[in-house]
Design a protein around this ligand. Structure first.
Ligand code: PEP
Ligand code: MN
Length: 338
């Protein structure tokens, strides 16, 4: 349930409402917008509504029950788009943010070189996996902490923010020492203990859609993080498993405008995992920008043929720089910059 305060309601009005809700034993989430403040009541039900008539309280505009199973993630909860600030970069604002880098951190020189190259071409966030969720236990599993150290060094040298995957609650503290954004991979989107732990974290969470996950399941996963008190969540369409075999996954372009309707959280597109093919990444990136994505995640590798993971869907730094140039007019056509 949410209580929408009137424009110009005083801080004392808001406090009185919050005190009343807490007195009844419920947790509150406050969302202070430019014009109005919204008091979100977590876990509220009919019982609460019977015990208090918030509509008559000073400064209250109206009380709304959010019908969707996800509440804090819902567009009803916040009409304004959520903006997430990371190292001076805003995700969810007018400028489309580009996160780029290799699938896996393979070594120090490699990540430093790629960091400089993607920055030069216009990326503002460096991606790179140090803990890798591989389908086979015999495949490269990531450099672990060594990889995190190299990412941090790349951030120091370039000023780029970094994003890297956290696969387990066991690694949360370690990954948190280095990363600016926690990436939750498609295989972990419904790892509810990880999501709950991230709800207590004070860094943004980048949540990928599950391999066979519905949009509603993705929003429910976001709700786990939000309801823990961490409101810095972004959602990523990375393709889903369908009967189609021409591509690794089927990139669900619909998910972008659907998510923009259903939620205030930033929406990211990942055309690399969405297609699995480097020569399709450009077309799908352009489509995603046109469809309203707030950010792109791209896999870039200096020598894709020798990449330790996901070489087939990785583009070279030159191709990445060209793609950035091609994306600019498309972003402009939909009223954005990149
Ligand atoms: C990745 O970003 O390299 C990755 C493993 O992605 P996903 O979880 O979408 O498969
Ligand atoms: Mn990958």
């Amino acid at each position: 349930m949410i209580i929408i305060m009137k424009q110009g309601a005083s801080p004392a009005n808001v406090e009185t409402v919050v005190d009343r809700v807490e007195e009844l034993g419920y947790k509150v989430h406050l969302s202070r917008g430019e014009a109005t403040t919204i008091v979100g009541i977590i876990g509220a039900d009919e019982h609460l509504l019977q015990r208090a008539t918030f509509e008559v309280m000073d400064g209250v505009e109206r009380v709304m029950r959010v019908m969707q199973p996800y509440k804090l993630a819902s567009r009803d909860f916040s009409q304004a788009d959520t903006e997430i600030e990371v190292n001076g970069v805003t995700i969810g604002g007018n400028r489309i943010v580009v996160m780029a880098g290799p699938c896996s951190v393979e070594g120090r020189e490699m990540i430093l070189e790629l960091a400089h190259a993607v920055k030069e071409a216009g990326a503002t966030i460096l991606r790179g996996g140090a803990f890798k969720p591989r389908s086979s236990p015999y495949s490269f599993q990531g450099l672990g902490e060594e990889g995190l150290r190299y990412l941090a060094e790349a951030r120091e040298q370039t000023g780029l923010a970094i994003i890297t995957e956290v696969m387990s609650t066991d690694d949360l503290a370690l990954v948190g020492e280095y990363t600016d954004i926690f990436q939750v991979g498609a295989r972990n989107t419904q790892n509810y203990s990880l999501l709950k732990a991230l709800g207590q974290a004070n860094k943004p969470v980048f949540l990928k859609r599950g391999i066979s996950g519905t949009i509603e399941e993705l929003l429910m996963s976001a709700e786990y993080v939000l309801s823990g008190g961490n409101m810095q969540v972004m959602l990523c369409e990375r393709g889903i498993r369908t009967y189609e075999t021409a591509t690794r996954n089927t990139f669900d372009i619909n998910a972008i405008p659907v998510l923009k309707q259903l939620t205030h959280l930033p929406v990211v597109a990942d055309p690399a995992h969405g297609t699995g093919k480097w020569d399709l990444v450009g077309a799908v990136s352009k489509a995603a920008v046109a469809a309203g994505a707030d950010a792109l995640m791209l896999e870039v590798h200096g020598d894709p043929g020798r990449a330790w993971s996901d070489g087939a869907q990785s583009i070279t730094p030159d191709r990445f720089a060209n793609l950035m140039r091609e994306l600019r007019p498309i972003a402009g056509a939909v009223g954005r910059s990149i």
